[in-house]
Design a protein around this ligand. Structure first.
Ligand code: SF4
Ligand code: SF4
Length: 138
């Protein structure tokens, strides 16, 4: 008999430790992310971009403070209800759908991720989450 399908809640529960809000490659934001954060903070999108983002190639990243944390981290995420797509979708990301071994690598820096589930079952769940997501803006 095959095992029941896993839901995201079966695989991940954020402990709010904030480790993913520091270092790594940074958090990419698109125009929708910036508009949502600006509205939430009652700020102008251009002003917010200038103050809180850095360019990386042709894209924007959230700025990081000198201690390596995201500019919006302050014990908790200050923009949690409208945090960028990249933060919202973690750890159900394409890199795991492509290569499920990435899940364990990511889990080594994220205590909220279960590591006792077979990679192919993890991949199945990640694929379902991605398939249900709205397409990324061009
Ligand atoms: S590292 Fe994982 S558990 Fe910690 S805040 Fe980030 S997503 Fe949540
Ligand atoms: S926007 Fe929030 S969740 Fe995303 S990296 Fe910054 S502090 Fe963390």
């Amino acid at each position: 008999m095959s095992s029941p399908e896993l839901t995201p809640a079966d695989l991940f529960h954020c402990t709010l430790c904030g480790d993913c809000c520091r270092g790594f490659g940074g958090t990419y934001v698109d125009a929708q992310d910036i508009a949502a954060i600006a509205a939430y903070l009652q700020s102008d999108p251009d002003e917010l971009t200038e103050r809180c983002c850095r360019r990386s190639g042709g894209r924007y990243l959230l700025a990081q403070r000198a201690d390596g944390y995201c500019i919006f981290w302050d014990q908790v995420c200050r923009v949690h209800p409208v945090k960028p797509r990249m933060c919202r979708r973690w750890p159900f990301i394409k890199a795991v759908a492509r290569e499920p071994a990435n899940w364990k690598i990511m889990a080594s820096v994220c205590p909220g991720m279960r590591t006792d589930v077979a990679p192919e079952r993890v991949r199945g769940c990640v694929k379902q989450v991605l398939a249900a997501e709205a397409p990324e803006p061009k």
